[in-house]
Every structure is written in C-alpha cells, then in structure tokens.
Write a protein that binds this ligand. Structure first.
Ligand code: HEM
Ligand SMILES: N[C@@H](CC(=O)c1ccccc1NC=O)C(=O)O
Length: 278
C-alpha cells in the first residue's frame, strides 16, 4: 500500500524529517487560519432570512455575491482610471481584462437565480418591498465611475444612509473612466476636446494601430466593458420577466418596462458610433 503523506507535516512522509512547528511557512506572522483570514465567522453569519421560504437563502446569497463582485469591480476600475491618467495604458488594459471576466460571471450567475420558480419567489417577495436592486449603491457607483453620472438617482434613492449618500456624491465629483481615456488620448497627441474631435481621433487611432495601438486597445477594452454592462441589463430584464411578468417592482417602478427603457443605454456612444464611420 502506498503511504499517504501526513497533511499536517507539510506534505512529507513519516520517514522524512519533519521540520519544527516554528519553521512552518506562514505561521510566523499573525497566526492566521483559513477562517480567521477570510473572516468566515462574520461572512457566514450575514444571511438572515425574513421568511422560512426555502429559496430565500439563494436569493440573499446571490445578491451578496453580486455586491462583493461590485466592490472588486470598483477597486479595479478606480485603478484603471488612475493608470489611464498616468499613461500606463498596459496596466489599465490588464485591469480592464479582469473587469470583463468578472462581468461575464455576473451575467452567467443570473442562471443560478433562475432555478427559482416564480411561485417559489412569491413565497417571500411581498416581504421584500419597498427594497429592490434599485437601491444598490455600489451598482450606481459603477455606473457613475463608468461615465453615466445621473444626479437624479441620488434624489430618487429611498433609505440611503448618510455614508452611502456621501459615497455617491463623491462619485459624482470624481472623473470618470471616459475622462481618463480622453486624458490618455491627449497624452498620445490625439485631439480630444469636442465630441467631433474625439471621433476624428478615434478614426485616426483605428486606422493607424502601429502608431496608436495602445490607445486603440484601450478603446476596445472600454467598449467591452460597455457591451458587458449592457449584456447584464438585458439578462436581468429577461429574468425579471420570467419571475414577475408585467407586475410592478417592489421598488415602486413599473418593473420590466422601466428596466427595458434602460436597455439602449450606453456609456460610450462615441465608441459605438465610430463603427458606422470606419
Ligand atoms: C428574482 C430576481 C429579480 C427580480 C424579479 C428583480 C426585479 C427588479 C425590478 C422589478 C427592478 C426595478 C426596480 C423596482 O423594483 O421597482 C429591479 C432593479 C434592479 N435590480 Fe433586480 N431583480 C432581481 C434580481 C436582481 C439581482 C440578482 C440583482 C443583482 C444585484 C439585481 C439588481 C438590480 C439593480 C441594480 C436594479 C436597478 C437597475 C436600474 O435602475 O437600471 N436584481 N430589479
Ligand atoms: N425588485 C424585485 C425584488 C428584488 O429582486 C429585490 C428585492 C430586494 C433586494 C434586491 C432585489 N433584487 C433586485 O431588484 C421585484 O419587484 O420582485
């Protein structure tokens, strides 16, 4: 019989020398364990159901996972914005590639929630009102930093804490990814004052990738971010129609028809228009 290594001996077999505990990798610092490092005690204590409906745990888990990824996306987008201002375009692209992968997961994840049937959702839906995804502060922060600053959302938000309102106001004051992209264009001697100038410069970059490859690739990365965000909105609304049909939303909107009215929305219309003029 093959001898299995003792997992607590750092992968060595019993006949090999076992290093003293003090030399074990990673144990000379804060004496972390998996659970203490990841704060699993706190994390796994945050799923508090309002009802005893079986599917409510899935509903809460999915939303919490979304919010964790939103936090990560904001972290990456802030850094990508800074990288563009610093003209470190390779780093901005690297981070935006990560953003795209996360956004693909966000779209894919909708299917997990759709394993819930509409009648099972109705077992706890009434208890959720007036809460709704409309009140996701991080979702709105993502829209603001991406370029879609709309102060009307701040006014329409119900139940914002002072800290959340401050976060949103800060996002309204900050430059967007698009502002940072325009700065990067200028740093590469491309005019980026008016929309017409930006469009003309984008055409120049598109047709001279030898000279403007970094700027072009960045424009494409922003395009993917925009496309994936639109993809999430479309996926969300089909899920909504499957779950509640034409019912009004718990957040007080008309529901799917409000969400459909946002489907044509794009962060970077000039990048989309460019396609018609190449
Ligand atoms: C059963 C599943 C879901 C249903 C039926 C649903 C339904 C709705 C409805 C009807 C609205 C419009 C606001 C209102 O309630 O009046 C809305 C908005 C929103 N939902 Fe959901 N939702 C679901 C799952 C999710 C998930 C998993 C997320 C992920 C975070 C999410 C995020 C949002 C966001 C961010 C908005 C605001 C969108 C905007 O203003 O453009 N929803 N949802
Ligand atoms: N607005 C949804 C309920 C809902 O999905 C929801 C409720 C509370 C917290 C987050 C939610 N997710 C997205 O809107 C509805 O009208 O059924």
């Amino acid at each position: 019989m093959a001898q299995h290594p003792d997992p607590y001996a750092g992968g060595v077999t019993p006949d090999q020398e076992i290093s003293p505990p003090s030399a074990h990798f990673g144990e000379d610092g804060a004496r972390l364990s998996y659970g203490t490092y990841l704060r699993l005690g706190e994390l796994l204590d945050q799923q508090r159901l309002e009802t005893d409906a079986h599917d409510e745990l899935l509903f809460i888990t999915i939303h919490q996972v979304y919010e964790l990824w939103f936090k990560q996306l904001l972290h990456e987008l802030e850094a990508a914005r800074q990288a563009m201002f610093d003209d470190r375009l390779w780093w901005a692209r690297h981070l935006l590639n990560r953003v795209h992968e996360i956004e693909r997961i966000l779209i894919e994840q909708v299917g997990v929630l759709e394993t819930m049937t509409p009648q099972d959702f109705l077992q706890f839906r009434a208890r959720l009102a007036p809460a709704s995804g409309f009140q996701s502060v991080q979702f709105r922060e993502l829209e603001f930093i991406s370029g879609a600053k709309d102060a009307a959302f701040l006014r329409r938000f119900r139940g914002l804490t002072e800290a959340e309102a401050a976060r949103l106001r800060r996002r309204l004051d900050e430059p967007t990814l698009w502002d940072a992209f325009l700065a990067a264009m200028r740093a590469h001697d491309l005019a980026a004052g008016t929309d017409d100038e930006v469009s003309a410069s984008l055409r120049i970059a598109a047709h001279d990738r030898g000279g403007y490859g970094d700027v072009w690739e960045l424009a494409e990365a922003l395009m993917s971010h925009d496309e994936l965000s639109a993809g999430w909105r479309a996926r969300h609304v089909t899920m909504v129609e499957r779950m509640i049909g034409t019912k009004t939303g718990t957040g007080g909107s008309s529901g799917a028809s409000y969400l459909r009215s946002r489907l044509d929305f794009r962060y970077y219309p000039l990048l989309w228009e460019l396609r018609s003029w190449l």
